[in-house]
Write a protein that binds this ligand. Structure first.
Ligand code: MG
Length: 376
């Protein structure tokens, strides 16, 4: 399908950090996507927590299924808007590669441990994974992805980190945080698809886990309106099928809303190229009313699910696992694999090692080193 003039065209890519000959049958973004799918960090996503700790149930989302849902939503919007589907897919599949075990609890604990050593931030870590930590090629570290995929992976960045990254890679992927421009439309789309995906699947997982109820969700207009609409059409529908139908309608409506609102924003800004689109302010967007409705749902999930006492209790234990592992490895780096132990910056080596762990590996390592099983 023809790309819009403001879509990222692989022929106009700013390229890779290490020059490589083009692939005979694939575009550069398809190649990025393939490298991500074959990476070690990608395979580990299946055993990493999204909200529910990985071992709590087989039916809940993991980082892997979350990433696949983001890619699916993102691609379907990209197709409608004639944006680059391959680039959207590559960014979506890579966007969570830097997540620690145990979800945000793990990241917060690791960030605390690293406070005196430059901190830990999962977006930055996702970039580190694809730039440095993957070991798959004979002549360079990382996956050597294109600028546009790397730009999309670095979704947030503090000013301090942006300055540091921009010094190491002048005018590179961190530049936009310093001159406050936007990433590609494809990257903007991935951010929104991420939000749409987790709002919907966390409602699903939250209700099925029993931690939140459809009654409670009555206070969320976005949910309530589709609940009422579905029951009007199918008065006898209940349980899982009712829940899925509500979520399905909620997802479709948000996707159509993004397509429509973005189309209007693109028409108004009329960017002549992908580069111009970056200067035009955020263009991939919800309508104003959908932004508000979605924010209410997000707030509801924060209050009732992410801060649910049962979730908080588990995350407290998970944080203890991360903190104790960090202290143990810093004291005795030889407990890590030789290549991590040999690195001169011990704290960063420990952070990289822990961040790469799956939930269950971290729990097992903790038990091996302490004799205690906190997460049983
Ligand atoms: Mg995500």
């Amino acid at each position: 399908m023809a790309l819009a003039r403001y879509a990222c065209d692989p022929a106009g890519s700013r390229g890779r950090r290490h020059a490589e000959a083009p692939a005979p049958t694939r575009t550069e973004y398809q190649r990025d996507r393939d490298r991500i799918v074959h990476s070690t960090a990608f395979r580990r996503l299946v055993y990493k927590t999204q909200v529910f700790l990985n071992h709590e149930g087989d039916l809940f989302r993991t980082r892997l299924t979350h990433s696949l849902e983001v890619a699916q939503l993102g691609r379907s919007v990209a197709r409608s808007l004639q944006l680059n589907e391959d680039l959207v897919e590559a960014i979506a599949l890579a966007h969570d590669l830097g997540h620690t075990p145990f979800g945000h609890a793990g990241q917060d604990a690791l960030n605390e441990c690293m406070a005196a050593h430059g901190g830990f931030e999962h977006n930055l870590q996702s970039l580190r994974v694809v730039d440095e930590l993957e070991e798959r090629y004979p002549s360079f570290n990382g996956l050597n992805l294109t600028f546009e995929t790397r730009e999309g992976i670095l979704k947030h960045c503090s000013q301090a980190n942006a300055k540091r990254l921009d010094a190491a890679e002048p005018n590179g992927v961190a530049r936009r945080f310093l001159d406050h421009s936007q990433p590609s439309l494809e990257a903007q789309l991935c951010n929104l698809a991420d939000e749409i995906a987790y709002n919907a699947h966390d409602v699903d997982d939250g209700v099925r886990s029993g931690l939140i109820t459809t009654d409670q969700l009555g206070e969320v207009e976005l949910f309530q309106s589709f609940h009422a609409e579905t029951l009007e059409e199918f008065p006898d529908l209940q349980g899982r099928r009712l829940l899925y139908e509500i979520i399905r309608r909620m997802l479709s409506t948000q996707v159509y809303d993004v397509i429509e609102a973005t189309r209007a924003a693109l028409q108004a800004a009329n960017p002549a190229s992908a580069g111009r689109a970056r200067e035009a302010g955020p263009l991939v967007t919800f309508s104003e009313s959908m932004r508000d409705r979605s924010a209410v749902l997000k707030q509801f999930l924060l209050r009732n699910l992410y801060r649910h006492p049962q979730v908080v209790a588990k995350t407290g234990q998970a944080q203890q696992v991360v903190r104790e592992l960090f202290a143990l490895y810093v004291r005795d780096p030889a407990q890590m694999p030789a290549d991590f132990a040999a690195r001169s910056n011990t704290a960063r080596a420990v952070a990289d090692y822990i961040a790469g762990m799956t939930d269950r590996f971290a729990a097992r390592e903790h038990e091996r080193l302490t004799g205690r099983n906190l997460l049983a």
